[in-house]
Ligand binder design. Sequence first.
Ligand SMILES: N[C@@H](CCC(=O)N[C@@H](CS)C(=O)NCC(=O)O)C(=O)O
Length: 251
Amino acid sequence: MKVRLYTIPGSHPGLAAQLMLKHKGIAFKRTDLFPVIAKLVVRGLGFPRNTVPALKIDGRRVQGSREIARELERLRPEPALFPADPAKRIAVEEAECFGDEELQHPIRQLIWWALKKDKAPLRSFSEGAKLGIPIGLALRTAGPIVALSAHFNESSDENVRADLAALSGLLDRVDELIAAGTLDGDELNAADFQIAPSIRLAMTFQDLRPLIEARPAGRLAKRVQPDLSGDIPPILPPAWLQPLRSETGAA
Ligand SMILES: N[C@@H](CCC(=O)N[C@@H](CS)C(=O)NCC(=O)O)C(=O)O
């Protein structure tokens, strides 16, 4: 089987796809793309949408982290990504959907907002990336790409402030899913692989890490992805963090 994953360094759904491929023991090659340019590349490769992760399996195209989970399950049923019990499967699918549709995007908005303010942390996200040009050159020319990514993702002050106000509710939801046994069970499932990379990406913010890592959600993120690439020094305005601090009981 010939498998190639198209992704963007630091992409959380891209990490989800990599973790699921590894979970299944499926060998794959990876192509790292620049944000924004990735949109053109994946369309040029014949994928129906302009996002990563995008996977080519023996010439067939599968795009989107949830679609990829299902295709991998079909190709190699064991170890399973979805529980066999129908009620448990529904719970995992609902959690996976929450991860994709509610959790992914605010974290993406936060990251591009921060990188637009300070591009220096980009280097920490690019460790191990194979972008086809020297990392130093890629980073020196990253300004327009970062600005466009912030624009496409609507990473405005207003949206990011609202994202931070909503973040503790999202983390509560993850903690509840863990308490209910839908996430963080003996065997990791598709929802763990969907959700943990988003939490892990949020933990690249030094501002957020102490508020997340002691929670069940933070522990799950570390279990699923022990190594953290990406490190963003303090940048979020303290007033914007206040709702999160008060709701997580931090001073
Ligand atoms: N929610 C979808 C879409 C993922 C998505 O929006 N990916 C971003 C990267 S995290 C992307 O492809 N952006 C295109 C770009 O930045 O050029 C999934 O999980 O597959």
